[in-house]
Design a protein around this ligand. Structure first.
Ligand code: ZN
Length: 72
């Protein structure tokens, strides 16, 4: 809960993987080691820093999608 991680501004770290580390994603990593979508998941606590899903991922994902609908 509460992973309020601020994106470091002005950083130009290029030693990161090119592709999203979430298994089966394969998209280009835009933010940190995630693609835009999975970075959002990480921020929301759906996946950990390694891109792994928790046991209760389904439940979290459901809550996340509900939240997204409300925010839209
Ligand atoms: Zn991804």
């Amino acid at each position: 809960m509460g992973n309020d991680k601020k994106a470091s501004e002005g950083g130009s770290v290029k030693a990161l993987p090119t592709y999203c580390t979430v298994g089966g994603c394969g998209k280009k990593a835009d933010k940190s080691t995630f693609c835009g979508q999975h970075f959002l998941w990480f921020k929301e606590g759906l996946i950990n820093r390694k891109g792994e899903k928790p046991r209760d991922f389904d439940r979290k994902y459901h809550a996340f999608t509900m939240k997204q609908k409300k925010a839209a």
